[in-house]
Every structure is written in C-alpha cells, then in structure tokens.
Design a protein around this ligand. Structure first.
Ligand SMILES: CC(C)(COP(=O)(O)OP(=O)(O)OC[C@H]1O[C@@H](n2cnc3c(N)ncnc32)[C@H](O)[C@@H]1OP(=O)(O)O)[C@@H](O)C(=O)NCCC(=O)NCCS
Length: 165
C-alpha cells in the first residue's frame, strides 16, 4: 500500500495526493493537443484506461502523484516515481490551461524537490524532457536541474549528488 502523505506546500501551492475524484479534471488537461504532444505517450487517453492506470498506481509504494491546488482550486499536477536506492524520477508536470504562466508549476517543482530530498530522503533526482520543450527545460533549470545527456530528442536532466549512470 502507498504510504499516506499529508498535503504540503509553500503557502501559494498545496500538493496533495491524487484522488479518484480528480481524474476527469486532469485527463481533460492531459488530452489537450498542446499538452499531450510533450509526453512520451502522446496519444489521447480514454477515461477507462486512465482509471486503470490510476488504480495500478495506487498499489505502488514507489510512486507519488500529486494534484496541485492554489486558492483551493486545482491548477496542475506533478509526481515523483521510480523511487529506488536514494534516487527517483520527477515528472508528469502539467498546468491547468487557464492557470499557465502564474508560477504555480515552478513552485510545485520546488516543493516536489523539497519533499523528495526531505521526506523521502533522496539524494538524486532526474527527469526526461523533449528537447523542443523549451518552456519546461527553462523551468527545470531554474530549479537547479542540469542536462546530463540527450538522445533521440529526449534530454535527461539531473539534480543532486550520487549522479546515477
Ligand atoms: C511545462 C508547464 C508545466 C509549465 O507550466 P507553467 O504554468 O507555464 O509554469 P510556471 O508558471 O511555473 O512558469 C512558466 C513561466 O511563467 C513565468 N512566471 C513564473 N511566475 C510567474 C508569475 N508569478 N507571474 C507571471 N509569470 C510567472 C516563469 O518565469 C516562466 O516563464 P518562461 O516560460 O518565460 O520561462 C506547462 O507549459 C505545461 O503544462 N506544458 C504541457 C505539458 C508539459 O510540457 N509538461 C512537461 C513535460 S516534461
């Protein structure tokens, strides 16, 4: 079972674990043409498949998926997963279209780094981003991530000690 995590945040954004009642909202964000193109699995996702994915996620202990709220409203999502031996991947960053460019996802990235290094005690984080996703790459660089390598249009960025191979 997944450990319980109390909501946390910086006073502007609150990150709380994703719940089944959030799925319709986040799927609508995820299926927008201008959002889905930036994910490796870039096709539209049907609700049933999304629900099945969520239910299998619930059984994982190495995966935390958060809804981001500001002023009590859902504004985005993010996650930390593949947690293993002091390291993990972060990602699934997505903003509600009407909430873009307000700094919420930058703040969420800072919070998930704080959660990962503090609560989870991880020393190394990495992510993958498409090399044409300049907005996301700028955001990750502002949070301290540095490019480690790039291949087939994907950039891997890392943060922290114990650089994994
Ligand atoms: C990548 C993504 C999550 C960024 O979300 P966002 O809401 O634009 O993120 P932020 O608001 O935190 O930061 C973005 C910009 O707002 C600016 N900003 C930050 N705080 C701000 C504020 N208070 N007021 C105005 N602008 C602000 C930032 O400087 C940044 O500017 P830049 O793009 O010129 O560098 C969003 O574009 C998205 O959902 N894209 C589709 C999915 C995706 O690409 N996910 C990442 C896959 S690796």
């Amino acid at each position: 079972m997944k450990p319980h995590v109390a909501p946390f945040g910086d006073g502007t954004v609150v990150l709380r674990l994703m719940e089944e009642r959030d799925l319709e909202t986040i799927l609508a964000w995820r299926n927008r043409d201008d959002a889905r193109i930036w994910f490796k699995n870039s096709g539209r996702i049907a609700f049933d498949a999304h629900l099945a994915w969520y239910r299998s996620y619930l059984k994982k202990e190495d995966d935390f998926f958060f809804l981001v709220e500001a002023n009590g409203e859902p504004v985005g999502q993010c996650g930390v997963y593949h947690i293993d031996n002091g390291s993990a991947e972060i990602g699934r960053f997505l903003v509600a279209p009407e909430m873009a460019g307000k700094g919420y996802i930058g703040r969420s990235c800072a919070e998930i780094i704080r959660f990962s290094t503090g609560f989870l005690n991880l020393s190394y984080l990495f992510l993958e981003v498409m090399e044409e996703n300049a907005k996301a790459i700028r955001l990750y660089k502002r949070q301290g991530f540095a490019e480690e390598n790039r291949q087939d249009g994907l950039v891997r960025m890392g943060l922290g000690r114990d650089r994994a191979s």
